[in-house]
Design a protein around this ligand. Structure first.
Ligand code: GUN
Ligand code: FE
Length: 447
């Protein structure tokens, strides 16, 4: 059911500005280009629903699609495994050998097609993807996003440091890392039919994996091409410490110095960012991909989300496939609430409450989690999506609690935040009846 050029009448909710805006009936007019032109509620002046409007079935809910700010596409096959290892061991023993397999285009095709389809079916309408060092496989990932209809930002991972990256899996030189990225940018921008739906991004893996020459060259390339940057920042104390020792400054400061903190760049994790790092990011208009599931394993810490939001830095959510063991924003948003609660209370019952290290006021509610999952992520990227507002693309999902195979049951009169909580915690994949990107249905029942 394509909705471009149609008016849709639906019940649902969104969080255009961080607060919950539920609607019992909303008429959404969608232009031929899939962009919302007008939004009206009953009672508004001259409200009338055109005879040919599409009315979504009684009992269903319309939500904005999810924005996933941090996905390692090649790691999908190992989702959920080996997270008992520290990050450095996990990378060398499991992740680099897996990523090296994408030299084989047939393997890349199989995994990437499955991943993009699975994410669309779970309601992820915008995805920011790390690829591998391989140009052909990463080009194919971008093409698949375009073919399957996902809004996506895609980068070739850049990693050329011979001391931290294995010989069998790295860019052969800084020049290779830079020129490979340049080639990917040109390829994605020239894809037939690409109206900006799929965009290239400059992606140094993280400072430890790159030489200074590569970091400087990638920073210059980001400035030259106007591309966003996507990388990891201060994820673990190991990473944070490595940069302090090597560059005598914080990870964030070093990225900024190399020109790798451009507007709408996305820095993943950020658990060890200081107040001055947050201020620096705000000044550069770079945002954080908050990856609470992954942080529980590799960072051994909880991202100070409230503090980041108070500092005025833009934040969205990242599944961090496969550092995060669950591949969707549903689990990520739930964990964002749980993690913030644990940060607030402190966790060791052997200690007296006042000694547990809890941080008063750290909690977030389900509304904030849902905002981060939708409009928060979109703002971080600077994309006009994430809410039902004129000028934004119609990227959305339809939730149907009546589907027998789903875990969400019919609503029991809940409204407002209680309804949002029921949806956030109760929805499973079968309940996601339809998914649209820019007015075009890309997943779900009978298209
Ligand atoms: N830091 C560098 N590479 C990675 C990665 O693949 N996953 C995570 N979580 N952190 C990283
Ligand atoms: Fe990551």
């Amino acid at each position: 059911m394509n909705l471009s050029g149609r008016t849709l009448v639906a019940r649902g909710f969104h969080c255009p500005d961080g607060t919950l805006d539920p609607f019992a009936e909303l008429a959404i007019e969608i232009g031929a280009d899939g962009v919302i032109t007008r939004v009206r509620r009953p009672g508004a002046d001259g409200y009338a629903v055109p005879a040919d409007a599409v009315r979504l079935p009684e009992g269903t809910l319309l939500l904005p699609g999810f924005v996933d700010l941090h996905i390692h596409a090649p790691q999908y096959p190992q989702l959920g495994t080996a997270l008992d290892e520290p990050l450095e061991v996990w990378l060398q023993r499991y992740t680099f050998p897996l990523e090296a397999r994408y030299a084989d285009p047939a393997f890349a095709e199989r995994v990437y097609a499955r991943l993009v389809r699975d994410l669309l079916a779970s309601g992820t309408t915008t995805a920011l993807y790390f690829g591998t060092v391989h140009l052909p496989a990463t080009q194919r990932l971008a093409e698949l996003c375009l073919e399957l209809g996902q809004r996506a930002l895609v980068g070739k991972v850049a990693m050329d440091h011979p001391e931290t990256c294995p010989d069998y899996y790295r860019d052969a030189s800084a020049d290779d890392a830079i020129e490979g990225t340049r080639a990917l940018i040109a390829h994605i921008r020239a894809l037939p039919g690409n109206d900006g739906r799929v965009q290239p991004v400059v992606m140094p893996r993280f400072i430890p994996a790159c030489t200074d020459e590569a970091l400087a060259g990638l920073g210059a390339l980001a400035a030259e091409t106007g591309c966003r940057v996507h990388t990891h920042v201060s994820e673990s104390d190991w990473e944070h410490g490595h940069v302090l020792e090597r560059h005598a400054m914080s990870d964030a400061e070093s990225l900024a110095r190399f020109g790798l903190m451009t507007p709408h760049s996305v820095l993943a994790h950020g658990n060890f960012l200081s107040d001055s790092d947050f201020a620096l990011m705000k000044r550069h208009r770079a945002g954080v991909a908050h990856c609470p599931l992954s942080n529980a394993y590799f960072a051994g810490s909880v991202f100070p989300l409230r503090k980041a939001l108070r500092s005025g830095v833009s934040v969205g959510l990242g599944s961090d496939i496969s550092g995060g063991p669950a591949g969707t924003i549903w689990e990520t948003a739930r964990m964002a609430v749980t993690a913030a609660r644990m940060l607030e209370t402190g966790v060791d019952p052997a200690l007296a409450p006042e000694a547990r290290g809890g941080r008063p006021g750290a909690r977030i509610d389900a509304v904030t989690a849902f905002h981060l999952a939708t409009r928060g992520g979109a703002q971080t990227l600077g994309l006009p999506v994430g809410a039902f507002v004129p000028g934004m693309a119609f990227d959305a999902m339809l939730i149907d609690p009546s589907v027998e195979a789903g875990t969400l049951r019919a609503f029991d009169g809940e409204t407002g935040i209680r309804l949002l909580e029921r949806v956030l915690y109760g929805t499973s994949k079968p309940n996601i009846a339809r998914v649209w990107v820019q007015g075009v249905q890309v997943a779900g029942m009978a298209r």
